[in-house]
Every structure is written in structure tokens, then in C-alpha cells.
Ligand binder design. Sequence first.
Ligand code: AMP
Ligand code: MN
Ligand code: MN
Length: 322
Amino acid sequence: MTILNQALECLHASERPLLIAHPRPDGDTIGCTLALRLALIALGKSPRIACVHPLPGNLTHLPGAGAFEVEVSEAADIDLVVAVDLSDLSRTGGLYQPAWVGRYPLLVIDHHKTNAAFGNVNVIEPEAAATALPMARIIEGLGVPLQGDIATCLLAAILTDTRGLRTATTTPAVLRFVSELVEGGGDYLGVMQRTLDAVPYWQMRAWGVVLSHLQLERGIVWATLSLAEKEALGIEDYDDLDLGNLLIQTREAELLASFLEMRDGTIKVSLRARPGYDVAWIAKQLGGGGHKQAAGYSLPGSLDAAVRDTLALLRQELAQPH
Ligand code: AMP
Ligand code: MN
Ligand code: MN
């Protein structure tokens, strides 16, 4: 049986699946989770959806966004767990309960190169621009058309992970997929306006502070935001400032990094790379994961130490691209 058929069998057999999105959620994990939820509801099932962090304001307009739960008890009445757009179990942010191992099947739907296939059934497409692509094939496989609200949710997923269709992963197949979603009634303009061109005022102010620290060393660009600055700006740890996507617009940058100091004493590092470079290996080496062009991890210690250790590896990549 193909992996896709195994995934479909899992979903058909389930009545009360729990779908989990990753922490500091982005459009791909949220859009895909919402799309699958709607497809399962259309089949008469009772899915639950969860994410440990609240949704950023640019995703709360998506159909069903209000249904996300931030915690799920170990004794929850579920019969399947679906991990959406996350590369390892720790990326459920603690939502996945150890007691569920072996009790409920775990279905993984993802596109991270660093995904270790941690589920019982793993639909992982490392070449896909977004989890939206394998998710769309699963939804179609379930016999549910990619129309209306489902198309809108999948548009949010593919348009955010491709930064508005401008990443190296934006292939003709991606453009055809977007076209299919728009023909199915997906709200393309609404997603563009309310999800992509929708940076809240506080985040614009935070970008101002981050940009005032912007540094350039040959092809490497980086910036930091300290805890004191975050507190002065009223920024929570789960607020995703989307710095990677901001900084990659710097013309001189081949590689870039942003460093956010967190309240638990760690530094959240986001890496981005122009096509031809690879930052996934750096993230993997430092305990995180991601893709060639976008990866991340968290380091204990000071901002300075995180910058120093990260720059050492970025310089290696710049000198000798993987
Ligand atoms: P970010 O820099 O947070 O926007 O993340 C860039 C990419 O790396 C995303 O695809 C994330 O899923 C992935 N990523 C970020 N942090 C981690 C982590 N700690 N572990 C695994 N993957 C991560
Ligand atoms: Mn994601
Ligand atoms: Mn993704």
C-alpha cells in the first residue's frame, strides 16, 4: 500500500482525530490544520485542533481559527493524532502526551528535510514548498474537493511558506496549485491582504528596533532583539516577529540570522539562505531543524554567544556552500 493510502486509511478509520500545529505557528501549520479539519468535518467526523500558542493576528481570520485549543488532557477522547508541518515530536510544544505512544496511531504530514519520520505513518515531502501540497493530496484522496474555505486555508499555507510565491521552491506545480485553489473559490486577495500585508503596528515598531541593530559582514546579515527591548515593546515570547522574512529582503545578504532573547534564558535563532546556500545543516548541528533556505533552533546562553557560534558556521557555509 502506498504511504498516501496508509494515511487515508488512518483518517478514514478515525472518528475523533486530534490535529496538532507547531508552536509560534505560521500560515502553513495553521492553514493545513484548518483545511484538514474542514475536510474531516465534511466527512462527518469530529476533529479537534490544538496549538500551544495563540494564533498570530494575521491568521485569526481563517475559517475555523477559533476552534484551536491550547491544551489537551492526556485522557482526551481521541483516536488518532495528526502532526501537521512539524519535524519532530518536541515541535508539538508538549501537546503530544507520552502516554499516547502506542495507544493512538500517529500520522505525520510534513515537508521538513530534517523530519525523522517519527510517526506510524509519515507523509513527508522534503521537496514540497509547503505542507499544503501533500495535505491537498490527502484531502483530495479523502474525496473532498479543494474548494471554498478549504481552498482559502490552503492558500494561506502555500502563500506564507513561499513568502507570496517568491521562494526558490515556487515551481510551476506550485503556481498551478495556487491557480487550482483560486479556481476552487479560495480567497486569494483576502489571504494576501489579511495574512501577508498585515503587519501589526507593534510589530512594525519592533522591526524598527531590530533594523537599528542590523549588521553586515560580507554576505552575512544579522540582527538581535534583547529581552529588555522585547519587554519595552510589550513582546511575548510566542510573538513571531517574522524576522527571517524581513531580513532576507536585504540585497547584500546571502545568509542571514536573527536572534531573539527568550524569557527562559534561551536564544531563538532563525536562519535564512539565498538559493545555492544551505542552512539546514547548521540548524541540525545546533539542535534544531528546517529547510535549506529556512531553518531555526534555540541555544542556551547569551545573545553574544549565540551570535558568535552561529556566525562561525555561517562563515563556513559562505566560504564553501553545501
Ligand atoms: P523560523 O526561523 O522559526 O521561521 O523557522 C524556519 C524553519 O525552520 C521552519 O520551517 C521551522 O519549522 C524550522 N524550525 C525552526 N526552529 C526549529 C526547531 N527548533 N526545530 C526544528 N525545526 C525548526
Ligand atoms: Mn511551519
Ligand atoms: Mn511549512
